[in-house]
Design a binder for this molecule. Structure first.
Ligand SMILES: C[S@@+](CC[C@H](N)C(=O)[O-])C[C@H]1O[C@@H](n2cnc3c(N)ncnc32)[C@H](O)[C@@H]1O
Length: 318
């Protein structure tokens, strides 16, 4: 989008951001949702949901953002993470380790959060009609699948109910959330973020809290809409940058450890004279031919020692 906040008219953004918008996720894992964390924190505070359900958990990034907000705000909410934990055509297919890892990380939210390993359709009967205040739909992203998820779960939403859809701005082949979104935004009060593949939120209940209603009202005014979008794009970008910096730091430490073990290997130490000879040879080319002959002989001897080492110690790092 590339809208700079300084290019926009002054806005009273205090209705749309809060201290929660600046929180940093406790658990930063690989996810296409990463840049929506600041809004996720804000929304949980603004909506104060009693029941949160997520359809499509994978590594748990968005889900644990919601849980972090519930815990830190000390809300009396219950959260449910529903996924087959098998993957799908867009997320890719994966093994049991993903479920094990999400279950382990869920322990810190044990009192109010439950991970349900199931298809969305099979889990639906566990929820009473009108009982869910916040539903995040982030399962398979084909038009048919997302429509089915929405229609199946709509009766479960309460009078304060809001539904979030990820990937509303994703137009790659096979992604059809944008098609459903185009219909729904004509029917329900809504707001859409365009960054991070797009995140759409609609209000389906008739008793939506005032802060969330104000967000929906902002989408009717182009410059307010731009201001809110640019604010969360900037805040979300900072979380994305943090993740990248951590990843680069991890890769750097890994590389350092490999270099260290390489430098401590037998062959590295044995071939030290060869490397020194190489350096001397270069300077010999400048100094005179005779020293080059002497150093070539030395290099030959060291190469012999290296071959001997390879034979005696084939598992050494070379
Ligand atoms: C895009 S990922 C979820 C991403 C996650 N919300 C995040 O924050 O990164 C989609 C997940 O939905 C799950 N899924 C897709 N269709 C499903 C279905 N019908 N029932 C259960 N799980 C499903 C897949 O197993 C996959 O883990």
């Amino acid at each position: 989008m590339n809208v700079q906040l300084r290019d926009l008219p002054a806005h009273d953004l205090t209705s749309f951001i809060s201290a929660e918008s600046f929180w940093v996720p406790d658990q930063i894992v690989d996810s296409a949702w990463i840049e929506h964390a600041p809004f996720g924190f804000w929304l949980v505070d603004a909506l104060r949901p009693r029941t949160i359900v997520e359809l499509g958990v994978h590594n748990g990034f968005s889900y644990f953002v919601f849980c972090q907000a519930v815990r830190r705000l000390q809300l009396q909410a219950r959260c449910f993470a529903i996924d087959s934990f098998e993957g799908d055509q867009h997320a890719g297919f994966y093994g049991n380790d993903v479920y094990d890892d999400v279950s382990r990380r869920n322990r810190r939210h044990d009192g109010f959060s439950q991970v349900i390993r199931s298809t969305f359709a099979e889990a639906c009967d566990q929820f009473a009609d009108g009982s869910i205040d916040m539903l995040h739909i982030d399962g398979c992203h084909t038009h048919d699948a997302v429509r089915r998820d929405f229609e199946t779960w709509l009766p479960k939403l309460s009078s304060r109910g809001v539904v979030l859809f990820h990937d509303t701005a994703e137009h790659s082949p096979g992604f059809g959330v944008h098609l459903l979104w185009d219909e729904l935004r004509g029917r329900y009060p809504h707001f859409e973020f365009m960054h991070g593949h797009g995140l759409g939120i609609i209000g389906v209940g008739d008793n939506i809290p005032a802060k969330v209603r104000r967000l929906f009202a902002a989408s009717a005014n182009a410059s307010s809409e731009q201001a809110v979008r640019a604010t969360y794009e900037r805040l979300g970008g900072a979380i994305g940058d943090l993740r990248q910096a951590r990843e680069q730091k991890r890769q750097f430490s890994e590389m350092q450890a490999r270099i260290q073990s390489y430098e401590q290997s037998t062959s590295w130490r044995l071939t030290a004279p060869l490397r020194a000879a190489g350096t001397l040879l270069k300077s010999a080319r400048r100094t005179g031919a005779w020293i080059g002959i002497v150093l070539s002989a030395l290099a030959h001897a060291v190469a012999g020692a290296r071959a001997y080492d390879a034979e005696r110690c084939p598992r050494c790092i070379r």
